[in-house]
Design a protein. Structure first.
Length: 278
């Protein structure tokens, strides 16, 4: 792996396009070839790994069983979303109430992690110190109006993801949070602070969960911005797969700040490398 002196001692995997492909409504999953074998090999060798998705629709306790039902061997405690990272950031900053633009699953995930939340139109929604935008396919103009009002009044503006696309079985789908963020930013002049990939928050969270230094983490993903930009910016090892939203030709055309250290066709090719042969 050119330019990288340290081989990965643990791995962070993206979900959509890397380990699985879902449909656009996130209602069904298909495991990508080799994903099961790679996770089993890591488990057998005691190599730490986790999955961090930019999808925020479901808490790990809901999504984990769905993934295991289609054969992906990943425990809930190894499955994380931007909500996992956001809750840590919000607790550290001491936000007393967060306005959530997202599904009930988003609010449930944050509240389970100790963050007081409300939705637009609920009691307390006019008095919050942070706005959090996540997966919200039923977003309405009054929700955006409420979020803009709070941000203009000084509330922090955070988001699960500001990445425009994710891979599905039907091809690239756009991220609702990115579109909602754009509307709020256009009105308020404030850009959102992502808690998911490619944020520093996310990379530090991953390394902490794995018990490794950032430079020892192999970041495996299909998105040049979400995974590779994060890996490059934070000093991790970027491994791009061509099974999702980015082809080999597109990987080859990436600028240095988004270029993987290694490109593989799909995650199963990791089994050919020395890290999983020892």
């Amino acid at each position: 792996m050119e330019g990288v002196s340290m081989q990965p001692k643990g791995f962070m995997f993206d979900l959509d396009g890397t380990l699985i492909l879902s449909n656009r409504s996130l209602g069904s999953y298909q495991v990508i070839p080799g994903a099961v074998e790679v996770l089993q090999a890591l488990e057998a060798r005691g190599i730490p790994f986790l999955a961090l998705t930019n999808g925020s629709a479901y808490p790990s306790a809901v999504q984990g069983p769905k993934l295991r039902d289609v054969g992906l061997p990943i425990a809930d405690e190894r499955l994380f979303t931007p909500n996992s990272v956001a809750a840590l950031v919000m607790r550290e900053r001491g936000y007393r109430q967060v306005l959530v633009l997202g599904t009930d699953g988003v609010r449930d995930a944050l509240e389970q992690l100790g963050v007081p939340c409300c939705m637009p139109g609920e009691a307390g929604a006019d008095d919050v110190d942070a706005v959090y935008v996540a997966w919200h396919p039923d977003c309405r103009m009054e929700h955006i109006h409420a979020a803009c009002s709070r941000v203009l009044e000084g509330a922090a503006f955070l988001t699960a993801s500001d990445v425009p696309f994710f891979a599905t079985k039907e091809g690239r789908s756009f991220g609702y949070s990115c579109a909602i963020n754009g509307a709020i930013a256009r009105v308020t002049g404030r850009e959102p602070e992502p808690t998911g990939k490619p944020s520093t928050h996310a990379m530090r969270f991953v390394a902490q969960q794995l018990g490794l230094a950032i430079g020892e983490v192999g970041v495996v993903g299909d998105d040049a911005v979400a995974e590779m930009q994060m890996a490059r910016a934070e000093g991790a090892i970027g491994i791009g797969v061509a099974s999702g939203s980015t082809s080999r030709a597109e990987w080859a055309a990436q600028p240095a700040e988004r270029a993987p250290h290694l490109v593989i066709e799909h995650v199963g090719e990791l089994l050919q490398h020395s890290w999983l042969k020892r």
